[in-house]
Write a protein that binds this ligand. Structure first.
Ligand code: SAH
Length: 364
């Protein structure tokens, strides 16, 4: 996939605060989105299947460091019910996400994936953290189509601080870039992404993150603001901000810039307008994301009794909306943007590799 922007240009735009000039960036991203992935907004139903987690990530509210969280695991029947709900609403994908929960055994995940694939026409995306290559292979064989694993930041020092290696596993820090390559080799569509405005994240490092999306040729890219959670080391202010002018702010505007620039860096990727973005601006955040480069929305299908327990950051927009109510308004909101709801599984398009579509049936 050919980037339409260099890392230096990305850096320039990240530092641009003139709203009039930014209109140019929004227009360029929206135009490229329309040309390369079209008007469709693909919908992925999200099931947060477990909030158990073995990791101690400094930013995340459900990490093993937080004893205040009541832990749950959904049953296979509950996950299957989410999948059927996704089908009823016309979504093309079920995303199963969780903390890094080794209590979700490879067998259990494989069985649930196989069941969803047998009972529905959905694509299945997994986002279960860092697991063994054999497990990834097993789930792929069971029918899983895609895997999401954000690398969070490409700055190795910052990453090692905010995403410590597992207790009892001395050696190198986790290597998500390598795992993404293994996932691709297994035939998964791969997704990654970052948080915007992590304490200690500088502009150069965010510009490098976005350029790296293109180098990795990612199929899906999720970007959202870092939102402090009070029960976490970062939320308690244990990591200092860089001086003003160096620290990337975790603002809505900075996230729109990152989304738009990601479209310019990865013209054909599937890019969600994330729930975290909607958390900053509940009324319009999702729409503005869709108007500035994004082409995917991930409605939350987690059963209401679990939803508030999957609190990776506070005030998630979806705490306030049921799946049914959200779905009812979504159709109207997408139509109001002059867009349409995507049909089918909505996988990654490879425009450059595709034959031009002939409109003349007598063409040979
Ligand atoms: N255990 C899986 C899924 C994690 S939750 C994994 O590690 O891949 C999905 C994403 O939520 C994370 O990758 C992270 O980018 C985001 N997230 C977690 N805590 C956050 C916070 N406090 N603010 C914003 N985003 C957060």
């Amino acid at each position: 996939m050919t980037a339409t922007i260099t890392e230096q240009e990305i850096l320039g735009w990240l530092r641009e605060d003139n709203l009039q000039r930014l209109e140019e960036l929004w227009a360029r991203a929206d135009r490229l989105r329309a040309e390369r992935v079209g008007p469709a907004v693909h919908l992925r139903g999200l099931a947060e299947v477990s909030n158990h987690c073995a990791r101690k990530c400094g930013y995340c509210g459900i990490s093993a460091c937080n004893p205040a969280v009541a832990r749950y695991r959904m049953s296979a029947d509950e996950v299957a019910a989410c999948a059927h709900e996704a089908v009823r609403y016309g979504y093309g994908t079920l995303v199963m996400q969780s903390g890094e929960d080794y209590g979700l055994t490879a067998d259990w995940v494989a069985e649930v994936v196989a069941r969803v694939k047998a009972e529905t026409p959905l694509a299945v995306t997994l986002s279960l953290g860092e697991r063994k290559p054999e497990e990834f292979a097993r789930w792929r064989a069971a029918g899983a189509d895609r895997y999401l694993m954000r690398f969070e930041t490409s700055d190795p020092e910052l990453y090692a601080i905010i995403h410590p290696r597992l207790d009892g596993t001395p050696g190198l820090p986790s290597d998500r870039l390598n795992l993404l390559k293994e996932l691709r080799a297994l035939g998964y569509e791969i997704g990654s992404g970052v948080m915007v405005g992590i304490p200690g994240q500088c502009y150069e490092s965010l510009a490098h993150d976005l350029a790296l999306f293109s180098t990795l040729d990612l199929d899906m890219i999720g970007i959202g603001p870092y939102i402090p959670h009070p029960e976490t080391p970062l939320g308690r202010g244990e990591l200092a901000l860089l001086p003003e002018g160096e620290q990337v702010p975790n603002t809505e505007l900075m996230c729109y810039k990152a989304v738009a620039l990601t479209r310019l860096a990865c013209p054909e990727a599937n890019i969600p307008s994330t729930t975290a973005l909607a958390a900053l601006y509940r009324e319009q955040g999702r729409e503005l994301g869709l108007m500035r480069g994004a082409n995917v929305v991930m409605p939350n299908l987690t059963p209401p009794r679990y939803r508030a327990l999957y609190e990776i950051y506070p005030h998630k927009a979806c705490f306030h909306e049921t799946a049914e109510a959200f779905n009812a308004t979504l159709q109207v909101r997408i139509a109001a943007l002059g867009r349409e709801i995507g049909t089918g599984q909505g996988g990654r398009r490879h425009v450059e590799a595709e034959e031009p579509i002939s409109t003349n049936m007598f063409d040979t």
